[in-house]
Design a protein around this ligand. Structure first.
Ligand code: PEP
Ligand code: MN
Length: 346
């Protein structure tokens, strides 16, 4: 924050302003110019409250916030990439990580076939919702704890780590028992009670961008989790709502590049929800690799036409295998672009 005093303010007036700022827990550094005093404010605290309080003082000309409102997740705070580890897999490091599986856990057979199939094709984590956020209360809501148990079976059979959604702060301890990564869905990106609970959940968190949220709001939500004690946050672009109707959502591919400038956290792309159409998933996945995402979250179902949720955007196992093979040369290029940064970080 920088405070600019009115012209020819007295020493006493400057001191009054400094006192007010210190009351908020900040440190002040005042710089005396020829006619005007400028006060630099540093430290941690409630910036908005301090800014409003200082602006209300009559001797203050202007108060502006200079650093990003998200501190811990910003690149300024930590210039090197955060690597999130889950079940022995590093996200944000030197490997492009693909997480794949069905939208919902439906049955033992379905999740086992999915897990075995995606593992064979090179996925490193198995996705599958046991708690499902559905627009209609009459739609399938997920198998809940039974679904989590099926995910545990699939993990035991394949060794794949599990990423699954948690919708309520009440369910965090239960889901954290089974999941290697807790997924926070687009509809819950600003569920602040949930975000605070995740600070102490002891598991990495994958935070999906809300469908009407800005990149900055996504970063503020990540800041909640980190500020409450959990540094292991992965961000996920999954498309936003626009006037476009050809695709289910509009993939804001540039958000990935922007996030890579603004934050040290890993960023992945969900090409399935971003498009809503399986035919578009391969092209968007290539774009995700090319723009520097750290990985993908892809919906794959052994029989998409029979899927209880999101079948139209789910790949079958053969299509997923093809996608993984086709991505290989792109991922090789991606790796060469990672090398300079890895060297810098040493
Ligand atoms: C999902 O991953 O199945 C899901 C519900 O995604 P989103 O929260 O992005 O809509
Ligand atoms: Mn889905």
């Amino acid at each position: 924050m920088i405070i600019s005093m009115k012209l020819h303010s007295t020493k006493r007036e400057v001191e009054q302003v400094c006192e007010r700022i210190r009351d908020f827990g900040y440190k002040v550094h005042s710089i005396d110019g020829e006619e005007r005093v400028v006060i630099g404010v540093v430290g941690m605290g409630d910036v908005t409250a301090c800014l409003e309080s200082v602006e209300a003082l009559p001797q203050v000309e202007k108060a502006v916030r200079i650093s990003a409102p998200y501190k811990f997740v910003s690149r300024e705070f930590r210039p090197t990439r955060t690597i999130v580890r889950a079940n022995g897999v590093e996200i944000g490091g030197g490997e492009f990580v693909v997480m794949a599986g069905p939208c919902s856990v439906e049955s033992e057979k379905q999740i086992m076939q999915s897990a075995e199939g995606v593992a064979r094709c090179g996925a490193k984590l198995l996705r599958g919702g046991a708690f499902k956020p559905r627009t209609s209360p009459y739609d399938f809501q997920g198998l809940e704890e039974e679904g989590l148990k099926l995910l545990a079976k699939a993990k035991a059979a394949t060794g794949l780590g599990i990423i699954t959604e948690v919708m309520s702060d009440r369910d965090v301890p239960l889901v954290a028992e089974y999941a290697d990564i807790l997924q926070i869905g687009a509809r819950n990106m600003q569920n602040f009670a949930l975000l605070k609970t995740l600070g102490k959940c002891g598991r990495p968190v994958l935070l999906k961008r809300g469908m009407s949220s800005t990149v900055k709001e996504l970063l503020m939500s990540a800041e909640y989790v980190v500020a409450h004690g959990n540094p292991d946050v992965i961000l996920c672009e999954r498309g936003i709502r626009t006037f476009e109707t050809v695709t289910r959502n509009t993939c804001d591919i540039a958000a990935i590049a922007a996030l890579n400038e603004l934050t040290h956290l890993p960023v992945i792309l969900d090409p399935s929800h971003a498009t809503g159409k399986r035919s578009l998933v391969p092209a968007l996945s290539r774009a995700g690799v090319a723009i520097g995402a750290d990985g993908l979250l892809v919906e794959v179902h052994p029989a998409p036409d029979k899927a209880i949720s999101d079948g139209a955007q789910s790949l079958d196992l053969a299509q997923f295998g093809r996608l993984m093979r086709e991505l290989e040369p792109y991922i090789q290029l991606w790796k060469t672009s990672r090398v300079p940064e890895a060297v810098l970080a040493l």
